[in-house]
Design a protein around this ligand. Structure first.
Ligand SMILES: *[C@@H]1O[C@H](CO)[C@@H](O)[C@H](O)[C@H]1NC(C)=O
Ligand SMILES: *[C@@H]1O[C@H](CO)[C@@H](O)[C@H](O)[C@H]1NC(C)=O
Ligand SMILES: *[C@@H]1O[C@H](CO)[C@@H](O)[C@H](O)[C@H]1NC(C)=O
Ligand SMILES: *[C@@H]1O[C@H](CO)[C@@H](O)[C@H](O)[C@H]1NC(C)=O
Ligand SMILES: [Cu+2]
Length: 148
């Protein structure tokens, strides 16, 4: 019994220490969009963003996707003009952040420099990746509070 409780307590103590050090230092996170799924057609990024939230100011989003070839879909990253156009996957006046090859290797990095809400989509195939492919999500960066 004692032997089984001991290690688990030690792990818990280590986790508490780790958490404490995270809250004391104002760390910024490097967040892989979609985690293991990366930036791909058919993954629910709205759901991912809800599960992954909160996002904080100065966190870095990393969009990872392969360069297109005969067997893989091309992807890109657009910043939408506003919430309405994001909902509708309407790419009018959207800003291209990363083209179809900028997600290769270590990925395309986007820093949430301020606390403005951001609406990201893949603009490929006239918005089809955004609508049918679910390649869209919203981020509302929060101010990271420093522990006193
Ligand atoms: C994607 O996830 C959101 C949030 O969980 C959910 O409301 C929506 O129905 C999902 N979309 C699909 C097509 O499953
Ligand atoms: C975000 O980063 C910039 C540049 O490094 C820095 O000047 C600013 O104070 C940071 N803001 C927050 C809230 O951490
Ligand atoms: C296309 O790219 C994918 C992902 O990088 C790779 O696995 C695949 O072998 C490539 N196919 C061709 C035909 O080059
Ligand atoms: C797009 O932006 C241009 C320049 O800011 C503006 O004149 C135009 O009305 C905008 N179009 C739409 C549909 O928002
Ligand atoms: Cu795409």
């Amino acid at each position: 019994m004692g032997l089984r409780v001991g290690p688990s307590l030690m792990i818990r103590a280590a986790a508490v220490l780790l958490l404490a050090s995270f809250t004391r230092t104002a760390m910024t996170a490097r967040i892989i969009v979609g985690d293991e799924a990366h930036w791909t057609f058919g993954y629910n990024y709205t759901d991912w963003a809800i599960r992954r939230a909160p996002f904080y100011q100065n966190d870095t989003l990393v969009f990872m996707y392969d360069a297109p070839n005969s067997t893989t879909f091309p992807h890109n990253v657009y910043l939408m003009k506003n919430y309405r156009r994001y909902l509708a996957c309407n790419l009018k006046n959207a800003t291209l952040l990363a083209n179809v090859v900028q997600g290769v290797g270590s990925g395309f990095e986007y820093v949430l420099r301020n606390r403005k809400p951001r609406y990201f989509v893949c603009g490929e195939h006239d918005g089809l990746h955004c609508t049918a492919g679910m390649m869209k999500f919203a981020v509302h960066p929060l101010k990271r509070c420093h522990a006193a």
